[in-house]
Design a protein around this ligand. Structure first.
Ligand SMILES: C[S@@+](CC[C@H](N)C(=O)[O-])C[C@H]1O[C@@H](n2cnc3c(N)ncnc32)[C@H](O)[C@@H]1O
Length: 239
């Protein structure tokens, strides 16, 4: 499952320290954790909930990988309700620290209530299950991330959790918003577009690929011109 904006920026190679300096976690969250600031978040929330619910019988429930996730907990918040263990990977350490602060309930952690309430509200609307509570879902999320762990790594690295290891290790892989602009520099840290994602999924042996992407006006903060929702499934014979 992939939800991401696409970008056609030119690539700027940064080393690990430079990447960290370029990403202001607090500033990012002050915008990207609020659907009022980023209306595309509503599209992502609505579709993630729909896709997870429509496919609940097809989902394995043991392990998920979220990559390029930090510092956002949106996708994992939903996944944790279905999947026991989430490996949360990102290559910027202070993005992971922010997630860790939330998992450990530190006072300086970002307050996700606003976005999580929006997710719960949408879930209730789609499922008519009014019994779900944010506090229960938050508990599940903390447990799933504690179980899977936080990993500082480049997803393109041969020894990282994406390209390395057991091909059948994860039941669900989720990634979103893998680029960003900061300090007026364009940094397409993982440049993506529909064709690239679909071809990569096909090459990796996935089938039943659904592209429900939506064009959008150029986003000044993130320089994307579409919100992509691409879902793909492993062939039954390979599971
Ligand atoms: C714009 S933020 C998006 C965060 C979150 N997924 C969201 O939707 O709000 C992009 C994240 O992807 C991470 N990232 C980009 N390329 C990566 C790579 N090759 N390996 C690991 N993390 C990467 C960045 O460190 C950053 O935390």
């Amino acid at each position: 499952m992939d939800t991401t904006h696409s970008t056609e920026n030119s690539n700027i190679q940064l080393n690990s320290e430079e990447r960290g300096c370029q990403f202001n976690t607090e500033k990012y969250l002050s915008i990207h954790a609020y659907p009022t600031m980023i209306p595309a978040l509503n599209f992502i929330i609505e579709n993630l909930i729909r896709i997870v619910n429509e496919n609940k019988t097809r989902l394995g429930h043991d392990r998920a990988l979220e990559f390029g996730g930090g510092p956002s907990l949106l996708g994992s918040f939903l996944l944790a309700q279905k999947i026991k263990s989430i490996v949360f990977a990102d290559y910027i350490s202070h993005n992971l620290t922010d997630v860790e602060n939330w998992v450990k309930e530190k006072p300086n952690a970002h307050n996700w209530s606003d976005l999580f309430d929006r997710v719960i509200q949408e879930y209730q609307k789609q499922t008519e299950d009014m019994s779900v509570k944010r506090s229960d879902w938050e508990k599940q999320l903390r447990e799933a991330i504690k179980h899977g762990g936080l990993f500082e790594c480049d997803v393109n690295a041969d020894d990282g959790p994406v390209l390395n290891g057991e091909p059948k290790h994860y039941n669900v892989v989720l990634s979103n918003q893998t680029y960003y602009i900061e300090n007026e520099h364009r940094h397409p840290i993982l440049s993506l577009n529909r064709t690239f994602v679909i071809e990569a999924l096909r090459d990796a042996g996935f089938e039943d690929i659904h592209d429900e992407s939506q064009n959008q006006e150029l986003d000044k903060v993130a320089d994307g011109n579409a919100v992509m929702i691409i879902t793909a499934f492993k062939p039954k014979s390979s599971i």
